[in-house]
Design a binder for this molecule. Structure first.
Ligand code: 2RA
Length: 354
């Protein structure tokens, strides 16, 4: 019998992208699809693949008969409800941070460690943070070829990583400064935004303007001055790639882009590298698109790739002063492969095994 799928958090931003992804698929492996959300959204009607479905309130019984439950909800909701779904017989594929570093929960990117979906003693599979995910398909492919040993990355993270609030804030800031000659005097953007009724204290971007600016902070403060996003890149990369001792250093930066995270990657390998081989490896990886022609000024940018499923890779160079090291730039839609799409791909792969 075709498996039953539940989408928990159906009415949220990532839930909406998930429904778009299912609607765009040529075919899906599901029999019944259940949409689940908080009691506040229960009763809402949403159309999935031409059928109008009624959103059900989150409750233990809604998981009865469910084979796979995708969770796109805040950490605390996943922490409570993914185990309930698993206890009722579903495999939970969770897009929150609640289980990512749990040693009994695999952290899966299908292009890199699909085999791990079978290793799920808690009945839960985790989806990585969008910053890690945005580079992982590309990084995994060159790791297989050359053997990764060290990773230094700088992220250029979009406002939508901070949710709808982040998008709204960036749009409001851009509207408030439109047409004004700002950016040549220290503090003028901040002053103009405050004057326009956008106090920095209300911003999700660490109290700094995002318009006409870059903000070297994403996430919450952790020990020794690290931001949570930076530690996620380190810990999750190690777990996904299966290299517990991988040397990683990340600096996470927010940029005035609505959607699509980018990363500048400096990756060192065991074996000798070449740009030509790296380009071939990227080009052969199904979910990676090579956009790399320096002679023509061709490289990926968020504005050109947003809304796409693949990871886009360009600016591939052999580091001049570091042996066995490649520098490259990746862009990936943080709401698609970075969140909804990866979760859905894991669910589809699971469906083949049930
Ligand atoms: C961000 N990676 O961009 C986070 C979202 N999970 O803020």
């Amino acid at each position: 019998m075709a498996p039953t799928l539940a989408l928990v958090g159906a009415t949220g931003a990532v839930g909406g992208v998930m429904i778009d992804i299912m609607n765009a698929r040529e075919s899906v492996p599901w029999g019944e699809i259940r949409l689940i959300a908080s009691p506040r959204s229960a009763g809402k009607k949403m159309t999935v693949r031409g059928t109008e479905l009624t959103v059900q309130a989150l409750a233990p019984e809604v998981f009865d008969g469910v084979d796979i439950a995708m969770f796109d909800v805040p950490d605390e909701i996943s922490a409570e409800w993914a185990p309930i779904a698993a206890a009722r017989g579903a495999v939970a594929v969770d897009n929150s941070g609640a289980f990512r570093m749990d040693p009994e929960v695999p952290l899966v990117v299908p292009e890199v460690n699909l085999d791990q979906i079978a290793n799920r003693p808690k009945g839960i599979i985790a989806n990585p943070n969008c910053t890690t995910l945005s580079m992982m398909a590309a990084l995994g492919s060159v790791h297989r070829e050359f053997g990764l040993t060290e990773l230094v990355v700088a992220s250029y993270q979009a406002a939508s990583g901070a949710g709808q609030e982040g998008i709204d804030r960036l749009q409001a800031e851009l509207s408030a400064i439109a047409g004004k000659e700002l950016g040549s005097v220290a503090g003028d953007v901040r002053t103009e935004l405050e004057r326009a009724g956008l106090p920095m204290a209300d911003s999700p971007f660490a109290g700094a303007p995002l318009a006409l600016n870059v903000v070297p902070w994403a996430g919450s403060l952790k020990e020794d001055g690290w931001a949570s996003e930076e530690l996620k890149v380190r810990n999750e990369s190690r777990k996904i790639l299966g290299i517990p001792e991988l040397k990683v250093s990340a600096t996470c930066v927010r940029v005035p882009v609505v959607t699509t995270h980018s990363l500048a990657v400096h990756a060192t390998f065991e074996r000798e590298v070449s740009v030509a081989t790296a380009q071939k490896v990227f080009a052969e990886q199904a979910s990676v698109v090579l956009v790399d022609d320096p002679t023509e000024g061709v490289f990926p940018t968020p504005a050109d790739v947003v809304g796409g499923d693949p990871t886009y890779v360009g600016r591939i160079r052999q580091a001049l002063d570091f042996p066995n090291t490649l520098d490259f730039f990746v862009c990936g839609d943080n709401l698609r492969k970075g969140a909804a799409l990866n979760t859905y791909e894991v669910a589809e792969e699971l469906a083949k095994t049930l």
